[in-house]
Design a protein around this ligand. Structure first.
Ligand code: 5AD
Ligand code: SF4
Length: 467
């Protein structure tokens, strides 16, 4: 099936099923309660907000424990094995609750169960799971849930597809100030370690006009941070005769005080043009998350990344020159099949050269169905663990000092909430996407303030509001 936009009629049908479910749950002797949990990346969180939006339309309220829920929904991630193991563990733990409350519906959806072998395992191991559905039929959640209420039994729906685009789904946003806006779905890159192209289908971009309309509406209704999402935002628009820099330029021209951030950028498609647009923009965050994955050209080739370290270093250097206060972050995989200690030390070398503000580091996880899963992988887990700790130590010592340059400077900060570790402080994010804590009252939530930085920690800044 080719990637396509779903028709208005197809989507309207789901709004109809929402009302049918509402009629079913309406006769309960209590308000129906849903417990939902999303694993994985921001794209999945955005999907989760849409699933919750549909549940809200179906009459559900939300609870933070599965114990008293009428419906439990796990929206899963497949990117590494430990994410999958957590889901198996959590679904296993529902057995006793379901025994106590056999009417509770248990649903598992998303990337992990889009893999047939996992869906089959889930179905066999957990006979009490009622509904399993993949990434390409998220929009059909109301219809599937209604089917279960109506007919009983179990439903597994994981059609293979290049992917679809479902516009205007109901959405229940987690924040009143920050909104995520998917701009494209899927991935065409086939990095050899990565399961994403398999579970999320081919790249497909939303229409630029639809995105601009949505962002404009969000800004007008008070949202202050817009997070543009895609597996590889830099290839946005290739299928639509436009480009990511062109989209950013149009969004940056919108009026109002708000921030635009985006993830994730692939170095192969990241251009000087994009960096120039960020540098000259009014609204775009000075944060570039540019996953390098490895500092060895041999490993980058085996990973099918389509760039080498010299191109990466050029991009990092250009970004720092054009945007001196840029926050540069990355992802790194340790222990890819065929990686030697020498290759690994090339990664350490690259980290020393670039001096990332922070790095998300992962030990390679074998994903069935990917090319890397077929490659020879002779290095032991123990050895990979040692390398991993060496990497953490180095990044820890480099990252420790990363934010000290901000001490004494005044940063514009969006106030987002109360501090996680200190409730007496407000917390927010600067234009560089750095966490900033400061004293202030709740009426500042959702507004921008100027904060003079007094202290730097490795993961956050502390300061005082400038009157
Ligand atoms: N093993 C380990 N890490 C992985 N990532 C993606 N696939 C794998 C895998 N099989 C990491 C990459 C990616 C991030 C989201 O997850 O670094 O950028
Ligand atoms: Fe996990 Fe990737 Fe799916 Fe995101 S797209 S939920 S990271 S597998």
């Amino acid at each position: 099936m080719a990637a396509s936009c779903l028709s208005e009629d197809e989507l309207k049908e789901q709004r109809f099923f929402e009302q049918r479910v509402r009629a079913v749950t309406h006769v309960f002797d209590h308000k129906p309660l849903a417990f939902t949990h999303t694993y994985g990346c921001q794209q999945n969180v955005a999907d989760g907000e849409r699933l919750n939006g549909m549940l809200e339309e179906m009459g559900f309220e939300f609870t933070d424990s599965p114990d008293n829920a009428d419906l439990v929904l796990y929206n899963t991630c497949a990117v590494r094995e430990n994410a999958e193991n957590r889901v198996f563990g959590n679904v296993g733990a529902l057995k006793h609750i379901k025994r106590r409350n056999p009417d509770m519906i248990i649903a598992v959806c998303g990337c992990m169960v889009q893999q047939e072998h996992i869906a089959a395992r889930m179905k066999q191991r957990f006979p009490y799971v009622d509904l399993i559905f993949g990434t390409h039929v998220l929009h059909k959640f109301p219809e599937m849930l209604y089917g279960i209420y109506e007919k009983g039994g179990r439903l597994v729906c994981i059609p293979d597809s290049d992917g679809v685009i479902a516009e205007d789904l109901p959405v229940r946003r987690e924040s009143r100030f920050k909104a995520s806006v998917p701009i494209m779905y899927g991935c065409n890159n086939f990095c050899t370690y990565c399961i994403v192209p398999k579970v999320r289908g081919r790249e497909r971009s939303r229409e630029q006009a639809d995105i601009v309309r949505e962002v404009k509406g969000l800004v007008e209704s008070g949202y202050k941070e817009i997070l543009l999402l895609g597996q590889n935002v830099n290839s946005y628009g290739k299928d639509k005769g436009t480009s990511f820099p062109a989209l950013l330029a149009e969004l940056d021209a919108l009026d109002g005080e708000f921030m635009i951030s985006f993830m994730t950028s692939h170095p192969k498609d990241c251009s000087h043009e994009l960096i120039d647009i960020i540098a000259d923009s009014r609204h775009i965050s000075h944060h570039l998350h540019l996953p390098v994955q490895s500092g060895s050209d041999k490993i980058l080739k085996l990973m099918n990344r389509h760039y080498d370290t010299s191109r990466y270093l050029d991009l990092a250097e250009y970004a720092k020159r054009r945007i001196p206060d840029i926050q540069l972050t990355t992802d790194i995989i340790v222990g890819f099949p065929g990686e030697t200690y020498e290759d690994f030390t090339a990664t350490l070398e690259l980290i020393r050269k670039v001096k990332f503000d922070s790095a998300y580091t992962f030990i390679y996880s074998r994903r069935e169905g990917t090319k890397a899963a077929e490659m020879d992988d002779p290095v032991s887990d123990e050895e990979k663990g040692k390398w991993f700790r060496e990497l953490l130590d180095l990044q820890g010592s480099l990252g420790e000092q990363a934010y000290t340059k901000y001490v004494g400077r005044t940063l514009r900060v969006l106030c987002e909430g109360r501090g996680r570790t200190d409730e007496t402080l407000l917390t927010g994010r600067s234009r560089q996407n750095i966490i900033v804590d400061f004293a202030g009252s709740d009426e500042l939530l959702g507004s921008f303030v100027d904060v003079k930085i007094t202290m730097a920690l490795p993961w956050a800044l502390t300061g005082e509001i400038v009157k």
